[in-house]
Design a protein around this ligand. Structure first.
Ligand SMILES: Cc1cc2nc3c(=O)[nH]c(=O)nc-3n(C[C@H](O)[C@H](O)[C@H](O)COP(=O)(O)OP(=O)(O)OC[C@H]3O[C@@H](n4cnc5c(N)ncnc54)[C@H](O)[C@@H]3O)c2cc1C
Length: 341
């Protein structure tokens, strides 16, 4: 059997590596970082990706993971009632999850090379799972993400989503009594001194429900991480010569809480075509095109809805209208969840 090289050992790369090893395909992952490590992520995994984790035997290994089965939305000081989620989400830190997956991949006989940044080139046997493509600005805005864990916070629902004038912040409980606080923000000016000011960005405006919630937060400073140069415009898999999965194909706006699911789903979709290539049953181009077609058709609708939702939640008046609508018509929240999955 021919070996597959996966560049990038995040959620997508690790899920693919595990799936290939379960089919006996030789697999190697080259990862620029090490494990465990904190990563900017809402740590709220919701959608079909959970079925992938179960099918690959991964979810059972994620000890300490929590489930979120309901949600509230807040704008300023106002908060909606608690709404049930259409299906429960899995909440676990990337610190814990990625390390558990890396351990599982190697225990299945996969070769994992860490602390090595691979030069990326399209080529037979190479899968790109390198995460988002940096984009300095989008429509004149600089987008950046921040996250940190905190103790001593009691949540009003499995997921609290707070909309702020500068972006949005999601709160969910992960393992060991921690609450993950993660936000996406935008700025016209160069991104400020985040290493110094991150608590103010994540903490919300004085007088808001978010500010009140985090006033007593006991932050784990070591868990702070940030990412800048985010680009959220949807991209199509078929437009590249490479075989890519996860954010390397396209990034869905974080407000949906569906990016990790897409990473798992795209990894799962790549297993059969790559196995066929590895055993000689198909050519590399056939495998690549099969996967790209599948990803583009599977993700098109949710990417379109998510792009509109992202524009709405960062626009002051549109955000207010959406919030009031969700407040008075609770079913709207369930509909939006389903349309972005
Ligand atoms: C603010 C914010 C909040 C979010 N919240 C959520 C949420 O609540 N729920 C959700 O489902 N999704 C969320 N996401 C999205 C989610 O984090 C991503 O969709 C997911 O991490 C994608 O997984 P991936 O494996 O494709 O990429 P990543 O997890 O980014 O992994 C890519 C890996 O590739 C490695 N790499 C990159 N280049 C190279 C190279 N040249 N050589 C070797 N290794 C390389 C990196 O070190 C990294 O480990 C959020 C994203 C942001 C920015």
């Amino acid at each position: 059997m021919k070996a597959v090289t996966i560049i990038g050992g995040g959620l997508a790369g690790l899920c693919l590596g595990i799936g290939l090893r379960r089919r006996g395909v030789p697999a190697r992952i080259i990862e620029a970082g090490t494990y465990p490590r904190h990563k900017v992520c809402g740590e709220f995994l919701s959608g079909k990706g959970r079925e992938v984790l179960v099918a690959l035997g991964i979810e059972a290994r994620l000890s300490g993971a929590r489930e979120a089965s309901d949600v509230t939305f807040s704008l300023g000081a106002s908060t909606t009632a608690v709404h049930p989620l259409p299906s429960p989400a899995l909440c676990i830190s990337r610190w814990k999850m990625d390390a558990a997956l890396a351990e599982m991949f190697t225990s299945l006989g996969g070769e994992l090379i860490v602390s090595q940044r691979a030069s990326i080139g399209a080529g037979e046997g190479i899968v790109r799972a390198t995460g988002r493509s940096p984009q300095s600005q989008e429509g004149g805005w600089r987008l950046f993400g921040l996250k940190a864990h905190a103790h001593g916070i009691t949540l009003g629902a499995g997921l609290e989503m707070h909309f702020t004038p500068r972006g949005y912040v999601g709160l969910c409980a992960v393992e060991d009594g921690r609450v993950n606080v993660c936000g996406l923000f935008r700025s016209r000016d160069p991104v400020p001194a985040l290493a110094r000011d991150w608590r103010a960005w994540l903490g919300g405006e004085p007088g808001s429900a978010l500010y009140a919630k985090l006033a007593e937060a006991n932050w784990d400073d070591a868990s702070f991480s940030s990412v800048a140069a985010l680009g959220l415009a949807p991209r199509r898999a078929l437009l590249t010569e490479e075989m890519s999965i996860g954010d390397a194909v396209t990034m869905i706006p974080p407000v949906t809480g569906n990016g990790m699911s897409m990473a798992c789903e795209s990894a799962s979709a790549a297993i059969a075509p790559l196995t066929a290539w590895s055993t000689g049953a198909s050519s590399w181009d056939e495998a690549r095109l099969t996967l790209s077609h599948r990803l583009d058709s599977e993700f098109a609708k949710r990417l379109r809805t998510a792009a509109i939702l992202q524009r709405v939640v960062v626009h002051r008046a549109a955000r207010w209208v959406l919030f009031q609508s969700v407040k008075s018509v609770p079913a709207l929240q369930g509909l939006l969840f389903q349309m972005t999955r």
